[in-house]
Design a protein around this ligand. Structure first.
Ligand code: HEC
Length: 119
């Protein structure tokens, strides 16, 4: 019986020490892997987490590849997330609540530089 509790204990400790939010490469080692960035794996989750609350229909719809691509093509997507707007246009820096983390911005840039394809 004792062994059962030991196993349960290790399983519990294991689940506490793995699923941690900050337990990722970028946070632990200060690296940001911008090679082989894909829309589905890297870009869509960034849009989903930070943008689609507001941009899910109409002229700016970041819920789909086509919608994101449209904003890459008119060059406003990177301009907004890199906080490149100034003066009266400052309200177009996105998200308005504060800049994304550098790694996310660099990944979007890398994806755009690679042609912003639906990969
Ligand atoms: C809280 C709501 C909100 C969130 C979250 C948000 N936006 Fe916006 N976004 C707006 C509003 C409002 C405008 C219009 C601002 C203006 O014209 O002054 C806008 C405008 C834009 C524009 C057009 C800029 C231009 O030059 O016309 C782009 C591109 C954009 N947002 C991208 C994003 C991206 C990418 C994210 C996530 C990283 C994001 N937004 C998150 C509300 C939001």
């Amino acid at each position: 019986m004792k062994i059962v509790f030991q196993i349960l204990f290790f399983l519990a400790v294991g689940s506490l020490t793995t699923g941690c939010y900050y337990d990722n490469e970028e946070y632990l080692y200060g690296t940001c892997d911008t090679t082989n960035v894909t829309f589905s794996r890297d870009i869509k989750p960034i849009m989903d987490a930070n943008c689609i609350n507001c941009h899910n229909s109409g002229t700016i719809n970041l819920t789909t590849y086509e919608g994101v691509k449209a904003k890459v093509s008119d060059s406003t997507l990177y301009k907004s997330i890199s906080y490149s707007y100034s003066g009266v246009n400052s309200s177009k820096n996105m998200p308005s609540s504060g800049k994304l983390d550098d790694c996310s911005i660099n990944k979007v840039k890398a994806w755009i530089d690679e042609g912003a394809i639906n990969n």
